[in-house]
Design a protein around this ligand. Structure first.
Ligand SMILES: [Zn+2]
Length: 326
């Protein structure tokens, strides 16, 4: 059977999946790369794991090509540019490295666009022509799907929602500016808010049972689900900034839906309730009650893997999307 290798490249781990043309993922693997000290070590480790993974399934499946979703990439040039959270030089020719090593067709897109294509081709976005997908993980990214097409922008940077400024002169952000959404509403930003509140105040919280180094975003939404006041207030703050950013995106693009993906989206109602409350308060009155905010129609990480793989299927003319069908 023919499959495509879909890869979601990340700084701490990369996710691999063997994907069929209908988007079903028949095997998955996560590759831990956080101990890799430089570019050579990172790709040596990743390539070795990919070879092992393909070898395990070689008897039953034939790999037709590789689709990659990666942060900070220039897909025209095929390079990763100034990728934060990676032990890399300023510019890494990722497309050529994969082509030279595997000798297969390789396609590259930004991670947020890969997730958006996955949602459009295989998830809840299959049924609508205008949506915005926001990924909430270590950072914040996403993609725009408008009039049945992925919109990449002039330089390919459309969908970098994490760098919408929600607090002028606010917290410093990894991009070098201040007050970006990512500094507050990513898993990292949320953790930062919690640690600030735990160290600066003396209010009670079940999160105090955890050492600061152990505390993860997941602990905060589990605590919020149990009714922990501090955790609920922190999620209210995340919802306020995210609701504000989405209201501004609504006035700009008028989508039918927002889909939230990434690790923090697993908080479900703990996140959705405050986001919807603030979104409705901030949004243009004409759009009030007309735009839905839901979590992704695909399972965690699967949108990006399936979407990356779909680049290969699309080039083989084996799948079509929306307007491209006509
Ligand atoms: Zn920023």
């Amino acid at each position: 059977m023919d499959v495509v290798l879909g890869i979601d490249i990340g700084g701490t781990s990369s996710k691999l999946g063997l994907v069929q043309a209908d988007g079903s993922i028949i095997a998955k693997r996560s590759v831990d790369t956080k101990r890799c000290k430089n570019e050579e070590a990172f790709f040596a480790c990743l390539f070795e794991e990919i070879e092992l993974f393909l070898e395990q399934h070689r008897a039953n499946y034939h790999c037709e090509g590789i689709g990659i979703g990666a942060p900070s990439c220039d897909e025209q040039a095929g390079v990763l540019e100034k990728a934060a959270n990676f032990p890399f030089a300023d510019s890494v020719p990722i497309l050529r490295l994969f082509q030279d090593h595997f000798g297969l067709p390789v396609y590259l897109t930004k991670d947020g666009n890969a997730a958006t294509l996955g949602e459009a081709r295989y998830g809840a976005g299959q049924y609508i022509k205008n949506f915005v997908l926001v990924t909430l993980g270590t950072g914040i990214g996403g993609g725009l799907f408008l009039n049945g097409r992925l919109v990449k922008g002039n330089n390919g940077w459309a969908g970098e929602f994490g760098h919408i400024i929600v607090e002028p002169d606010g917290r410093p952000c990894g991009c070098g500016r201040r007050g970006c959404l990512e500094a507050y509403a990513s898993a990292t930003g949320l953790r930062r808010t919690v640690l600030q509140r735990l160290t600066q105040g003396d209010e009670g919280s079940i999160l105090r049972r955890l050492a600061a180094s152990e505390l993860e975003a997941k602990d905060v939404y589990l605590a919020a689900k149990m009714g922990d006041t501090l955790s609920l207030e922190v999620f209210d703050g995340v919802g306020r900034r995210l609701g504000l950013a989405l209201a501004n995106l609504a006035a700009t693009f008028d989508p039918q839906a927002f889909f939230l993906a990434g690790g923090l989206a697993a908080a479900e109602e703990v996140l959705l309730t405050p986001v919807r409350k603030y979104f409705e308060a901030f949004v243009l009155p004409q759009l009030r009650g007309r735009i839905s905010i839901e979590t992704s129609g695909l399972r965690l990480n699967e949108a990006a893997i399936a979407g990356a793989a779909s680049l290969v299927w699309h080039h083989k003319n084996l799948i079509t999307t929306h307007d491209e069908c006509k």
